[in-house]
Design a protein around this ligand. Sequence first.
Ligand code: GDP
Length: 399
Amino acid sequence: MEDQQDLMTSEFHSQIQEAMKKGVAEGVAKINEHLEEQKNTPLNIAITGESGSGKSTFINAFRGINNSDEGAAPTGAVETTTEVKPYPHPNHPNVTLWDLPGVGTPNFPADEYLEKVGFERFDFFIIIAAARFKENDVKLAQEIKRMGKKFYFLRSKIDSDLYNEERSQKNFDRQKTLNDIKENCIKGLHHQGIEAPQVFLVSSFELHQFDFHLLEEILERELPAHKRNAFLYALPNISKEIIKKKKDAYQAQIKYYAVVSFLGAAVPLPGLSVAVDLVLVKKVLKEYVIGFGLDEKSLKRLADSSGVPYSILVSVMTSQLGATTITPQLIQNLLSQLAMGSAVIAAEEISRFFLVIGIPLSMCLSGYSTYRILNFLLDLVADDAQRLFEKVVKKTSEV
Ligand code: GDP
């Protein structure tokens, strides 16, 4: 995965270098093109399984949407999906989860299923079952493989299995119960002809528990490099590791913004000793706020799905960036906390990058300041995302 990513990066850097030789405008255009691509790379995830297996609830949980919210995939045992329905991620509309009808329903017979759902558009399939995986699930998996696509088995509603087992067994052993469920699913699938099946145990009500993080890691590894960031950005903030990975992905883009801002016209801000490209900083900061779900709408959804009151969520954030409109004044206030000093110390990463693409270091002051400012703001936003996550997890474990 890393090699694939590195290869892409060095190829891209050569392209910028080439473009810069033609002129600054060409260099900027190349970088902007890359940044736009990063934001808009489509990722289409197909969710399939029998009606009632928990597809819609998983789709909603992944998107941070409560089952009863506007835009939620309809849930409930009586609801049957009879068509392929797209559910875009509210903050990352390039990422769509698709609710697929169960295999073998009258309009979707097993042998025509993949054709009928338009399998080409999907990056991978998640096959969900609430108990055993059945013949149709297996047939589908084999067919997906034949078409050269990937699939992952997800065993849903684990919370309710544990609850039931705990109530009915004297010597309840949580880990053993989980192992047994997984083992049974694997054996069943193997028996039906799937070689070395991988099964992930998930509760859509508690994505931070059980195997969701394993599924996340495998998907991240198996996705093509250019789709990786789209996936990462859209992940719910359900672990410290995911928050860190998202932050790293955003961090890796900062050098490009630094160059764009250096090559554009940076305007000195009153009270700050260096020029700051405020328009660009504001634009990128908004992306961080939305990307980490600190905007008002995301926080309201988080309040709904976690049961932690909105006002409490707002109160745990310390950056002043959550649930508010990002204004130039707000950014300026925050930046006064960042000791810019007279000498802006160039980070090694950005210096190297400037040299690679052929900009003399002595000319890069505004690029450096943008680099430092964006790193500083990204830290604030990611730290708040972490605080929110801790608050929500604490509440869930109290229940
Ligand atoms: P779909 O028909 O496959 O889309 O299934 P739904 O998402 O509508 O879920 C069917 C029922 O199972 C609903 O009552 C959900 O609340 C419930 N359900 C779904 N996922 C979970 C889960 O992870 N845990 C528990 N306990 N119930 C779930």
